[in-house]
Design a protein around this ligand. Structure first.
Ligand code: UTP
Length: 309
């Protein structure tokens, strides 16, 4: 008899339908995911991350004003033929890069009723298999891979896996927060409960949820019944809290439907490109580290800091 393995995770969902109000007025007519980080839109780093973790089927959840996202991952024949005519192969390759990354699909969220609601819009496309969620405004440095480790952990334990990062206690009210138990792996914890944006005094830990998830499809059943929570939005954290609580309290395998929730503790570089300060930090850091731009830019930055600050 041949052993049956669960299907390898191949689908990534990228919610990018938020209003981006922290970045107004830049985001009045332009999606925040299209703001450039050096010379690539933020969203391209996210799709590249999914593709390099082996997830080549990407569903983007979009909304109003999000048309440029679709155009960016499509071919642009006019531009390509102009570059071809000029013999500018280097730039031609840059233009073609984004359309060759993955098989792209799009669905519109309609009303941005929250991250949980955005993820629920993916249900018909995802079907009954585990899938990854990458927030379109969360940039993980490509040199600090996180998603591949999360896929490994999901394949080993089943259920769902979230990404956690330790933050200072005074920052925890900005994030979803996890109550955890250790496991045998130093970078993996079992999640026993979750709370969205708690006050520091009520936070069960300093572990903040960041924008990468590998989810069991049972989360859709829960999301369908999840009422709006904090900020009047349907929160993904609330649905994951229910998954974790159900697993922790169930007496038998039948009650543990949906499996456990684990967390991978991330210690690498991560930027919230929807936040203006973090966006600037991402650009400065990535520009300094670029071979082509770095040396000149660093020299300028040094003199700017020593003379002007
Ligand atoms: P955020 O809360 O960071 O995004 O949502 P936002 O609402 O666009 O930003 P601000 O606070 O107004 O500046 C996290 C992620 O969830 C997506 C966002 O696009 C972002 O990637 N999202 C949020 C949706 O796709 N739909 C929603 O209804 C809400």
């Amino acid at each position: 008899m041949t052993e049956s393995h669960p299907p390898r995770i191949s689908k990534a969902v990228i919610p990018a339908a938020g209003l981006g109000t922290r970045f107004l007025p830049a985001t009045k007519a332009t999606p925040k995911e299209m703001l450039p980080v050096v010379d690539k839109p933020a969203i391209q780093y996210v799709v590249e991350e999914a593709a390099s973790a082996g997830l080549d089927d990407v569903l983007m959840i979009t909304g109003r004003n999000k048309r440029p996202l679709e155009d960016h991952f499509d071919r642009n024949y006019e531009l390509e033929s102009a570059l071809l005519k000029k013999g500018d192969e280097a730039r031609l390759a840059k233009v073609q890069e984004s359309s060759d990354l993955a098989t792209m699909h799009y669905v519109r969220q309609g009303d941005p009723k929250g991250l949980g609601h955005a993820v629920l819009c993916a249900a018909p496309h995802v079907g009954n298999e585990p899938f990854a969620v990458l927030l379109g405004d969360d940039l993980i440095d490509p040199r600090d891979p996180l998603l591949a480790r999360m896929v490994d952990v999901q394949e080993r334990h089943g259920g769902s896996v979230i990404a956690l990062m330790e933050v200072a206690p005074e920052q925890i009210h900005l994030y979803g927060c996890a109550a955890v138990k250790p496991t045998d792996d130093s970078d993996v914890v079992e999640v026993t409960g979750l709370v969205e944006k708690p006050d520091a005094a009520d936070a069960p830990s300093n572990y903040a949820i960041i924008g990468r998830y590998v989810l069991d499809p049972h989360v859709f059943d829960i999301l369908r019944k999840t009422e709006p929570g904090r900020g009047g939005e349907i929160q993904l954290t609330d649905a994951l809290q229910q998954l974790a609580a159900r697993y922790q309290s169930a007496a038998d395998a039948e009650g543990k439907v949906g499996g456990p929730v684990h967390g991978v503790v991330f210690k690498g570089r991560r930027y919230d490109t929807g936040d203006r300060g973090d966006y600037l930090r991402a650009i400065v850091r990535l520009a300094c580290e670029r071979e082509d731009l770095g040396p000149d830019f660093q020299a300028w930055l040094r003199s700017y800091v020593s003379e002007e600050m």
